[in-house]
Design a protein around this ligand. Structure first.
Ligand SMILES: NC(=O)C1=CN([C@@H]2O[C@H](COP(=O)(O)OP(=O)(O)OC[C@H]3O[C@@H](n4cnc5c(N)ncnc54)[C@H](OP(=O)(O)O)[C@@H]3O)[C@@H](O)[C@H]2O)C=CC1
Ligand SMILES: O=C(CO)COP(=O)(O)O
Length: 308
């Protein structure tokens, strides 16, 4: 084995975990995937890992982090969070959960416009690895960067993480907009105004506003709102076709985090008085409080105001 070969464990054998494992393998690193079906315990699998990448959906993050809390890790092992979600009840982001449970290891957030099917097909893509520990971010950058996968470092992990998380709610709105054939002008307005509300929430969490203009913010918003590969977009589109939320979720392959994120986001924005009109209409639609037509009318008929 070459001396620069790293041992990487990916936690989660879903669409994203599998794509990330492929990227690591491309660079000839030693990669293993742990899932709940694995024969080896998580503690056994990570014992020799230089990097441990969590790619599970938000509902699995705390359980996995608690398992790792009691595991014996390599002293310099770097943790990577690739989940895009918010935890119900605590309203924490994945990186906040990791940080609170395993404070002694460097933590990197990986997020960007990364539809896993395109990555699996070897199509070019770029992402961001963000950490307050610059050398940990560079370490992870080198593990993942390849000819088809360009990796940027960033020092605002919470901003990078929230760009990826909050755009899922907006992708539901845009999927619905496309499903209703409302046109390119409407879609453009929806995406642009949504970015403003994502930034408002980001600032509440302590993120830097400019982070949201980058790949993990605007970049991921554009990717997810413009592709029917996105599960969140598919949920919105299906609702516009007259499907119930349950039917829409059942027909989607894999996890559409935006449904849960909408609930948690509205709890936060109610409590903190953050104005998130698009996300609120998505929430009310998913709750069955309003029809899609009422959501469109409601968004258009709000009080007139300056753009900024
Ligand atoms: N697919 C994509 O294009 C991208 C997805 N993401 C994000 O990655 C995360 C995972 O998405 P994706 O892989 O697509 O989803 P999938 O539905 O394909 O897979 C779900 C993953 O979550 C794990 N999981 C689900 N519930 C639990 C639980 N209760 N305890 C432990 N693990 C659990 C599964 O673990 P197991 O393997 O053990 O079954 C599986 O790895 C999401 O937050 C998503 O937003 C981010 C970027 C791109
Ligand atoms: O986060 C993603 C692309 O960056 C994947 O989006 P979906 O979860 O909506 O499929």
């Amino acid at each position: 084995m070459k001396s620069d070969v790293k041992n990487v464990t990916i936690i989660g054998s879903g669409a994203w975990g599998s794509a990330l494992a492929t990227l690591v393998q491309t660079n000839q690193h030693h990669v293993q995937i742990w899932s709940r079906q694995s024969q080896l315990s998580l503690a056994e699998m990570v014992s020799n890992s230089d990097a441990i990448v969590s790619a599970v959906s938000i509902k699995g993050v705390r359980t996995i982090a608690e398992k790792l809390q009691t595991a014996k890790l390599q002293p310099n092992a770097v943790l990577v969070s690739a989940t895009k979600g918010l935890e119900p009840v605590t309203r924490q982001t994945p990186s906040q959960i990791w940080r609170s449970l395993i404070p002694d290891h460097p933590l990197v957030v990986l997020s960007g416009p990364n539809l896993s099917k395109e990555i699996m097909m070897g199509q070019p893509a770029a992402t961001v690895v963000a950490s307050t520990d610059a050398s940990a971010a560079q370490f992870i950058q080198n593990i993942f960067a390849s000819r088809n996968f360009r990796v940027y470092t960033n020092s605002d992990p919470i901003g990078v993480e929230l760009g990826g998380t909050l755009k899922n709610v907006i992708a539901i709105a845009v999927g619905a907009c496309d499903g209703l054939n409302l046109g390119t002008n409407a879609k453009s307005a929806l995406i642009t105004r949504s970015l403003i509300e994502i930034i408002r929430v980001g600032v509440y969490f302590g993120a830097q506003p400019e982070t949201f203009w980058g790949l993990s913010g605007l970049g991921d918003l554009l990717a997810t709102c413009n592709s029917n590969l996105s599960r969140n977009y598919q949920v919105g589109y299906a609702i516009a076709q007259g499907k119930s939320l349950e039917e829409a979720i059942t027909n989607v392959q894999g996890t559409a985090e935006g449904v849960n994120t909408a609930n948690v986001l509205i709890e936060i924005s109610d409590r903190e008085k953050i104005n998130v009109p698009v996300s609120r209409y998505v929430y009310r639609l998913l709750q069955g409080e309003i029809t899609l037509q009422q959501a469109v009318e409601g968004l258009m008929e709000r009080d007139l105001k300056p753009e900024n």
